[in-house]
Design a protein around this ligand. Structure first.
Ligand SMILES: [Zn+2]
Length: 427
């Protein structure tokens, strides 16, 4: 048997602590089981925070859309805003626009217009310009860059080329045959299921059983082929059941401010972001949002503490966060009344992520920004800490990263990809 260990790292999107805290989930294998606090925001901010070991305000990735008219890949769509709405906002036109914008931009990351109105698109650029599961995929060094720097061989499988079923099918084979040190799997299907079915107890349990079975097969296959196998499973956030919806945009429209002359808006499912262009717009919006029953206007101090404050205002000037369980609908994410949503305040219990592991995890690890250090500790990367690593900073604060040191670099390699249709991924 090969002496070289194999570490299997599995990121399961939306596997919340609430889902597994009272039920078995590979408990006989993954003996470490704990909740982790997530960041404020969606997977587009949470996953980079995991991969970089830093909060969004440090690595720069937060919402998928940020204000940047000068670099917008939708600049060329400006004349379309003069068309009647039915002509530009229908499904065919939007799909065409998305395809062209994607080609024009050259972006290879997750690319979606969601339901952003066409006249608003030229104000926005997209955060995920590259495949974030590759070296150089993020605007800050990620764990994949550390792999390269330290000559750690790895294979990664994500929705970019495979569905979850395909990943769970091929991973046992790779776990047996690979000579890589790390198998990194990103499974996004549970997130999709939970958005639609989080209220369906039996259905959710069946999904969890399916994932547990698939992961057990990978574990078994790896163990049959080698002596030293480790598995660390983690998630980016949980899923909060939706109890009611609210049309916040209607309240904002009633203020009589001019859009885009006075302000610009972006309505996500759980938060509304505003850019204000004059004092009157700011004061009027603040008066509405500071005393709104559906949520709270977050202060710059709190946003800073949550690690999502950006001095240049690219993601927002004002940020209104909905109460847990309230879905802002309709929104620029669409008109769908989802059963579950994430992106509420990180203090909400259903927002918690998980960390499950075959290896011992230091007690202070309680935030998703600490996952990277756990993984690098497992690999013995210098500076990552290991068993005596420094305590994690306050749960809702910022975390220091894990700067690796140089060493000889061997080539990492990627396995041949199966040619399949692009699977659906939600944020
Ligand atoms: Zn999601």
């Amino acid at each position: 048997m090969p002496l070289e260990p194999l570490s299997i790292y599995v990121l399961v999107d939306a596997l919340g602590w609430e889902l597994i805290k009272d039920r078995p989930f590979l408990d006989d294998i993954l003996t470490e089981k704990r909740s982790l606090t997530t960041i404020l925001g969606y997977s587009s901010g949470a996953i980079p925070s995991i991969l970089c070991g830093r909060p969004p305000s440090e690595h720069g990735h937060w919402n998928l859309f940020y204000y940047s008219p000068a670099t917008s890949p939708f600049r060329w769509t400006r004349p379309l805003s003069r068309l009647p709405a039915p002509l530009r906002e229908n499904r065919v036109a939007r799909r065409l626009l998305k395809g062209v914008a994607r080609r024009v931009s050259g972006y290879t990351g997750y690319f979606s217009l969601h339901a952003y109105p066409v006249p608003h698109l030229p104000y926005f650029d997209m955060t995920e310009k590259r495949d974030i599961y590759q070296p150089g995929g993020l605007d800050a060094p990620s764990i994949f860059d550390v792999f390269v720097r330290h000559g750690i061989r790895w294979e990664t499988y994500s929705y970019h080329r495979h569905t979850d079923a395909q990943i769970l099918d091929l991973a046992p084979r790779r776990a047996r045959q690979t000579d890589a040190r790390v198998l990194f799997l990103y499974l996004s299907g549970l997130d999709h299921y939970l958005h639609w079915n989080v209220h369906d107890r039996e259905g959710v349990h069946a999904q969890l059983d399916w994932y547990a079975h698939g992961l057990r097969e990978i574990w078994r296959a790896a163990q049959q082929a080698r002596d030293d196998v480790r598995m660390v499973l983690f998630s980016d956030h949980g899923m909060t059941p939706i109890r009611w919806t609210y049309d916040l945009a209607r309240d904002v429209r009633a203020l009589g401010l001019r859009l885009p002359g006075d302000y610009l808006s972006a309505y996500d499912s759980t938060m509304a972001r505003f850019w204000v262009w004059n004092d009157r717009a700011r004061a009027t919006l603040e008066a509405l949002l500071a005393d709104h029953p559906c949520g709270q206007l977050l202060s710059p101090a709190e946003l800073d503490r949550l690690g999502v404050w950006f001095e240049d205002g690219r993601y927002y000037h004002l940020l209104f966060l909905a109460r847990p369980g309230l879905l802002i609908s309709p929104s620029d994410m669409g008109h769908v009344r989802f059963a579950g949503m994430h992106g509420y305040h990180p203090s909400e219990p259903t927002a918690d992520a998980v960390l499950l592991s075959t290896i011992e995890v230091p007690k202070p690890v309680d935030h998703i920004t600490a996952i990277q250090r756990v993984l690098l500790g497992d690999l013995g990367v210098p500076g990552s800490g290991g068993p005596d690593m420094a305590p994690t900073p306050p749960a809702l604060g910022s975390a220091p990263g894990s700067p690796g040191r140089s060493s000889t670099t061997r080539s990492s390699h990627q396995p041949p990809a199966l040619e399949v249709a692009t699977p659906v991924k939600h944020t």
